[in-house]
Design a protein around this ligand. Structure first.
Ligand code: NAD
Ligand code: UDP
Length: 321
């Protein structure tokens, strides 16, 4: 049996399942905790049944005792798509804040190192670009995105206080838009929406003018960054941006998807959701310096891999892995 046990909350989600794969490949025992709100067991089916992998269906809003020692915890439990986290905003807020508190209590009790999956949404609709970790952000507390943004900000505050008051060894990754295979077909985020629309001959939905920007990070790069951050020295305090600094408008993305799929689909413009950030681009100097990390998969290559995955889903008539 592996010597090290790592707990991953949200491990049946898009990022979490890739992280479980990576940790398993590294020879680590993994406990995956997930309530399957937006996750599904198919993503981890190949791991279930292994002696070094355990799945526990549990809601992180409630305290959790794994009943065995764990040395590291990755806290990823939370829906990440605006369409999904907006469906039950109070629950999203509870998951972020109560979930963070429960896993931090577990880390404190076990003396485990703990990493929080925070987000670029911490910066809200930023009035500076690129966004460094020192930027305090521009977030509306009274809008539809606040349950997620403020929930994640509250979680960061809890991580800060558990480090300073309780001596917990904490890490905070501020993750920028990440995409790739295993996103659900009906996830609602822009990369999956546009690819599936292009593959099925539907018009590509552009919210607002499509001139707003995002920086898209391929899943393998992100997982590498998370693992490096967890392994960084305890002196590595404060949040670390993880994202790909190459910035694209939504229209750029739509053009690339159309060209790569060879689709004849047109575009259809829909209203811009409230508080939708106009720009987003990470300053990753800190990650480069502390983790020696930089993304290696460009958007073109990442889209090729993602299109191949979604083409298979569409072919099989499935909604997700
Ligand atoms: P996802 O929705 O695919 O995965 C989230 C997982 O958490 C799902 O398996 C879901 O069932 C589980 N979950 C939700 N609420 C839970 C609860 N109360 N108890 C237990 N499990 C619960 O999303 P993702 O894209 O994989 O994101 C994973 C994490 O990374 C999230 O915390 C998200 O905020 C963060 N993040 C993601 C991105 C991105 O672009 N994908 C960007 C920034 C931050
Ligand atoms: N978006 C879009 N069409 C879609 C889905 C999203 O134009 O079908 C836009 C959305 O308004 C936002 C950007 O794409 O400006 C990224 O949206 P996503 O939901 O992927 O992530 P987030 O807004 O959280 O960055």
């Amino acid at each position: 049996m592996p010597e090290k046990t790592v707990l991953v909350t949200g491990g049946a989600g898009f990022i979490g399942s890739h992280l479980c794969d990576r940790l398993s490949a590294d020879g680590v025992r993994v406990i995956c905790v997930d309530n399957l709100a937006t996750g599904n067991l198919e993503r981890i089916a190949h791991l279930v049944g292994r002696e070094s992998f355990r799945f526990v269906r549990h809601d992180v809003e409630m305290p959790f005792d794994p009943g065995e020692p764990v040395s590291e915890i990755y806290n990823l439990a939370c829906p990440a798509s605006p369409a999904q986290y907006g469906r039950d905003p109070i629950r999203t807020f509870r998951t972020n804040v109560l979930g963070a508190m429960n896993v931090l209590e577990l880390a404190a009790a076990q003396g485990a190192r703990i990493l929080q999956a925070s987000t670029s949404e911490i910066y809200g609709d930023p009035d500076r670009s690129p966004q460094p970790e020192t930027y305090f952000g521009n977030v509306n507390t009274m809008g539809p995105r606040a349950c997620y943004d403020e929930g994640k900000r509250g979680a960061e505050t809890l991580f800060y206080h558990y480090r300073h008051e309780r001596g917990v060894d904490t890490r905070i990754a501020r993750i920028f838009n990440t995409y790739g295979p295993r996103m659900a077909r009906d996830d609602g985020r822009v990369v999956s929406n546009l690819i599936v629309q292009a593959l099925t001959g539907a018009r590509l939905t552009i919210y607002g003018s499509g001139e707003q920007t995002r920086s898209f990070c391929y899943i393998d790069d992100l997982v590498e960054g998370l693992v490096r951050l967890m392994a960084a020295p305890a002196s590595c305090q404060g949040p670390v941006n993880l994202g790909n600094p190459a910035e694209f408008t939504v229209l750029d993305l739509a053009e690339m998807v159309l060209a790569k799929t060879g689709s004849a689909s047109g575009l259809v413009f829909r209203p811009l959701p409230e508080d939708d950030p106009q720009q987003r681009r990470p300053d990753i100097s800190r990650a480069r310096h502390i983790l020696d990390w930089t993304p290696t998969v460009g958007l073109g290559e990442g889209l090729d891999r993602s299109i191949a995955y979604f083409a298979e889903l569409v072919h099989q008539g499935k909604t997700g892995e």
